[in-house]
Ligand binder design. Structure first.
Ligand SMILES: [Zn+2]
Length: 126
């Protein structure tokens, strides 16, 4: 049990580091604005940023890690821990609040299946 969580944590950090490396080399190659600068501009230019871009922010990755840890890397809907876990928003705040500034209680660990189910159920509200 403990070992499983260790493995997931390690995998999380690995993919996150990989992402950061990709991001670094990409910004070097294309001479685009470095990620750090982009991030510092996010609040001012949220309209130009797509939501998935925001989700790759290191602050969001740290937040995700904290929620996964809190929920013991287990789906809070069905209790499974062998499926891909995602962070589910229990409610949404104003659009200019970045996901990492959400209170922890607004976020929940769900597996992809439960997440998909809740999303389709709440489609009318989105
Ligand atoms: Zn589930």
């Amino acid at each position: 049990m403990e070992k499983k969580i260790e493995k997931k944590r390690a995998f999380f950090m690995l993919t996150f580091e990989q992402y950061q490396r990709d991001q670094e080399s990409r910004s070097r190659e294309s001479e685009e604005i470095p990620l750090v600068e982009q991030v510092s501009q996010i609040l001012g230019i949220t309209k130009d940023k797509t939501y998935p871009d925001l989700l790759k922010d290191p602050r969001w990755q740290k937040k995700r890690l904290r929620i996964f840890e809190r929920d013991n890397w287990k789906c809070q809907g069905c209790g499974r821990e062998d499926l891909t876990l995602v962070i589910h928003h229990l409610y949404y705040l104003s659009h200019d609040i970045p996901p990492w500034d959400y209170p922890d209680e607004a976020l929940q660990t769900l597996c992809e299946e439960c997440h998909e189910e809740r999303r389709s159920r709440s489609k009318s509200c989105r």
